[in-house]
Design a binder for this molecule. Sequence first.
Ligand code: ADP
Ligand code: MG
Length: 241
Amino acid sequence: MLDIQHLKKQFGKLTAVEDVSLQVAAGETVVLMGPSGCGKSTTIRTVNRLIEADGGSILFCGKNILEMNDEELRLVRKKIGFVFQQFNLIGRLTAEENVMLGLVMGGLPRELAQEKAREALRKVGMESHATHKSGEMSGGQQQRVGIARALAFEPELMLWDEPTASLDPILVREVLVVMEELAKYRSSAMLVVTHEIPFALHVADRIVLMEQGKIREEGIPSEVFVRPVSDIGKKYKELIE
Ligand code: ADP
Ligand code: MG
């Protein structure tokens, strides 16, 4: 479904991403880990071209995203959901209105948008809060609404950039539980950037470890965390022990 080949991104003299190749199959959950500043966000953001890559290719269902024109890009972005660390909800709107917003702007009739919003909120366990103002919710609840907003488009691929990083530890769990459910359901492929090692261990089909702009190691959780071959893999193993 997603096939990143030889991706490269420079910021001035700094090479943020160097020759990264990474694949995600339909329904698969890939967790991308690595120290802060190693290029995870840059990698994930080039996929829907929030950041323009300097080289390489990103095939999505066989088509190179990096070569798409504005119209093609607009269509492909509808198929790719993005959940950020910051929820970016509109606080004075209800959960449901926040989820509906993008759908209505995309041309969906209000009633249908509301139906889809309710369905998405149900998937994240927030249906009972549909008419609550998002500004009055906890961080965990807000992030679940943020997830619903992405799910409402029924994306084929979900990109997650440290979705629990701005939550306090008690609220992290409720968001991870929702993510685990979605991964189990396999309705979309997931590429997840997170520092949550237990989540990676239990939920990832495959773990990819990055360091200094490069992929150092990848494999199933039991291989990467039990018999790592790279220095960065060994550091993670020590953390688990
Ligand atoms: P991560 O998400 O793994 O923490 P990032 O992809 O955000 O890492 O950043 C990779 C490197 O690129 C870091 O050294 C960061 O400082 C740098 N960087 C990221 N975005 C920019 C930018 N817009 N301008 C300049 N440097 C950037
Ligand atoms: Mg980041």
